[in-house]
Design a protein around this ligand. Structure first.
Ligand code: 9MR
Length: 479
């Protein structure tokens, strides 16, 4: 059984280089047939949802998801409208996936993966080795059988989801609460000794070398004995070359145990070890301003740490929170935005954006062109001219945004028309992680089609490198 002290119970749980600037225009003449109809609009628009606002900062903003709720339209609408990443709340845990030895049930996890992929969301895998939600047969094994079973579980699950998971919580909650800094008693700890954690990470790396491998825990959100014990383990792993890429901080808070004053400093000390840090299961018991202020501290703290790659809240709505009585999330039981939601959006830097008045109308015509460049080292690009037709040309100017070791942002400004469509062809194996200020569709895995969503003509995208840094080609057409 899982148990948490009152003070410490969990509510639930890349490197920056200077932006290289390169401007590329796209747009050549195409067939033009214009039906002029001018209208003006000048209203202000909020800029983006939580996921888009975070993406503009080079981060993801995700939520825990339960497969059982995906059939509820309001749930799925809220999920798709707001979030750019998901963590299966229970569907990838040992007791679901391998309730009986060597018999694997990937159905519920696959359901979440399919939905996330249809929305181009990131997926965090949760979790491979945890003392809780562990079937009885595992604890009954001898040491050598347990070692084989653990390695087999990691390998089978990660192989099934290979290439689909951004980051795995390889080991979850392995440390005791309180001041001892000791490892928690568990079948793994008790039979295999502390070395099981290292073995789990090595096995995980071999199974899916492209997934980020995280250690995840709660009550580690500030500098304390428990977080220092985790810190020392990560430091040792880095020194000895044990593969670890990230540390997850669950972020379960309540009025007795709010976000600590050294929250950001704690994230930073882990980041300084050379790992990414992520807030993985955030929820804050409470309501109103107090709750909102805790969320603001979390978002600002993460944004201030360049290796803090994203934030996940532990549920879409208070209605389905694992502790719904504490109303700890951003949307209430009726999917209405709470003060905490507004605080998060504001802290992400997108609370008050406006888009200027533009003329809209129906004109048809096409224009196209290409852009290319590279985001690494010296960059180069080409641009093609614009059309001189009667209302049918547009230009997409592309500039480099923030860059990290594994991903980069591009900022796009469209001019010439407000009825534009920009098609970006993404060079394989690069992948679009997220976009902001557009309505995005994906005709196939290597193509993004961007249309205005009312947020103006400046938009952007985050691209996962997967070893390549060649920019996509952008083609602008009007309609
Ligand atoms: O939210 C999860 C809840 O539905 C389960 O009943 C519970 C069982 O332990 O696990 C919850 O999620 C936990 C997460 O996997 C690990 N950190 C603590 C979370 C809240 O208990």
């Amino acid at each position: 059984m899982i148990s948490y002290s009152l003070r410490n119970r969990p509510g639930p749980s890349r490197r920056r280089r200077s932006g290289l600037r390169i401007a590329i225009a796209a747009g050549t003449a195409g067939a033009v047939a214009a039906i002029g109809l001018m209208a003006t609009a000048g209203s202000a628009h909020a800029v983006g949802t939580l996921g888009n606002a975070a993406a503009a900062q080079g981060r993801y903003f995700g939520t825990a998801v339960a497969a059982g709720h995906l059939g509820e339209t309001a749930y799925t609408n809220a999920l798709d409208a707001e979030f750019g990443a998901v963590t299966p709340e229970n569907e990838m845990k040992w007791d679901t996936i391998e309730a009986n030895q060597n018999s694997f049930n990937f159905g519920p996890g696959d359901q979440i993966v399919a939905h996330a992929q249809s929305q181009n969301m990131k997926i965090r895998g949760h979790t491979l080795v945890w003392y809780s939600q562990l079937p009885g047969w595992v604890s009954g094994l001898s040491a050598s059988a347990l070692q084989s079973a653990m390695n087999n579980h990691i390998t089978q699950v990660m192989t099934h989801y290979k290439g689909e998971i951004y980051a795995w919580d390889v080991v979850n909650e392995a440390f005791q609460d309180g001041g001892s800094g000791a490892r928690r008693s568990s079948p793994f700890q008790d039979k295999l000794g502390s070395g099981y954690i290292e073995t789990a990470f090595r096995t995980a790396r071999a199974a899916d070398p492209n997934a980020k491998l995280c250690y995840n825990d709660y009550n580690t959100d500030g500098v304390n004995a428990k977080s220092t014990a985790v810190y020392n383990m990560v430091k040792d792993f880095k020194a000895r070359g044990v593969p670890i890429d990230c540390v997850g901080f669950q972020g379960h808070f309540n009025p007795q145990s709010p976000v600590p004053g050294d929250f950001q400093a704690n994230l930073q000390r882990f980041a300084d070890l050379g790992v990414d840090v992520q807030m993985t299961e955030v929820d804050v018991a409470g309501s109103g301003t107090a709750q909102a202020n805790n969320y603001t501290t979390i978002v600002k703290g993460c944004l201030a740490v360049s290796r803090c790659t994203g934030i996940t809240v532990w549920g879409v709505t208070d209605k389905y929170s694992w502790r719904s009585g504490d109303t700890p999330l951003l949307l209430d039981g009726n999917y209405q935005k709470k003060a905490s939601y507004n605080a998060v959006l504001a802290a992400l830097g997108s609370g008050g954006g406006t888009s200027g008045g533009t003329s809209a109308g129906t004109s048809s015509g096409t224009s196209s062109g290409t852009s290319s460049g590279t985001s690494a080292g010296t960059s180069s690009g080409t641009s093609s001219g614009t059309t001189g037709g009667t209302g049918g040309s547009c230009t997409a100017a592309v500039t480099a945004g923030s860059q990290w070791s594994d991903r980069y942002n591009l900022n796009v400004t469209v001019s010439g028309s407000t009825n534009w469509t920009v098609t970006a062809n993404i060079p394989y194996p690069e992948k679009v992680l997220s976009t902001w200020n557009i309505s995005a569709t994906y005709p196939n895995a290597q193509q993004l089609v961007a249309k205005p969503n009312g947020s103006g003509n400046n938009w952007g995208l985050t691209i996962q490198k997967n070893g390549s840094t060649t920019w996509p080609t952008f083609t602008c057409t009007t309609s």
